[in-house]
Design a protein around this ligand. Structure first.
Ligand code: BMP
Length: 260
């Protein structure tokens, strides 16, 4: 049995990374492989979405540096809601610099990301140093990284060789890297998690290069375990209803894949 058709709890048992185990178990418990991307500049809106959508998601993805009215209270509330509604916090910081710089970006500044974000993203373009740097700042059981192997945007520079090398780098940091952001069903161990953004039921693209597929295409053809949805939920008239619709479509597709 491979990652593709193994049930979540079997994969949790196969996972060597404690945070990957925790996320796979949480997905099974909540019947959700939906990560919502709340890309808003208002902390009030961010907290309100986290409160409303919390019951339907396994992960809340933030871009904390776009918040205009950021304060420590924003983080305090996010932490409280993460516990109340049983989801993990995923800061999409896309660290991409030399190790020494990302170490400071991870644990310093006003955002102090490693204090609160269970997961962060990193581009491996600078080489393994980016992960060495992040590990220096925050290697503990409830902190992990998702490597961006392949982007959803048109014209991206992620060649097959780049994707393959990204996975080699990620695999050599198995204690910290829990999976990959990608657009294809790359060959990874059963305990490793694939995350796929660029999913919408309404649009096939936006005006700035984003490309969308349906939840079913993401899970079945692109091998997604976790589906990342932003504006398809947050930009709709009824985000709660929409989140439940996406949750169900994404999770049903995943369960069908186990049975295949
Ligand atoms: P939306 O569904 O509104 O297009 O948002 C997608 C989210 O996923 C954004 O927060 C974006 O930064 C992120 N993302 C992406 O769209 N493609 C990638 O390849 C990697 C990402 O992190």
């Amino acid at each position: 049995q491979s990652r593709i058709n193994m049930p979540l709890m079997e994969r949790a048992k196969a996972a060597t990374n404690p945070l990957a185990q925790r996320l796979l178990t949480l997905m099974d418990r909540k019947k959700s492989n939906l990560c919502v991307a709340v890309d808003t500049q208002s902390s009030v809106e961010l907290i309100s979405m986290a409160e409303k959508l919390g019951p339907y998601i396994c992960l809340l993805k933030t871009h904390i540096d776009i918040i205009d009215d950021f304060s420590k209270e924003t983080i305090q509330k996010l932490k409280e809601l993460s516990e109340k509604h049983d989801f993990l916090l995923f800061e999409d910081r896309k660290f991409a610099d030399i190790g020494n710089t990302v170490k400071m970006q991870y644990k310093g500044g006003v955002h102090n990301i490693c204090d609160w974000a269970h997961l962060v993203t990193a581009h491996p373009v600078a080489g393994p140093g980016v992960l060495q740097g992040l590990c220096k700042a925050g290697l503990r059981d409830d902190r992990g990284c998702v490597i961006i192997a392949e982007m959803s945007s048109s014209g991206n520079l992620n060649t097959p060789a780049y994707i393959e090398d990204s996975i080699k780098i990620g695999n050599s940091f198995g204690g910290f890297v829990i999976g990959y952001v990608c657009q294809s069903s790359i060959d990874v161990d059963a305990g490793v998690i694939l995350f796929t953004p660029g999913v919408s039921l309404d649009a096939s693209s936006d005006s700035l290069g984003q490309q969308y597929v349906t939840p079913e295409t993401a899970v079945n053809e692109k091998g997604a375990d976790v589906v990342i949805v932003g504006r398809g939920i947050t930009g709709s008239e009824n985000p709660v209803e929409r989140a439940e619709q996406y949750r169900k479509r994404c999770y049903d597709a995943l369960c069908k894949r186990f049975e295949s």
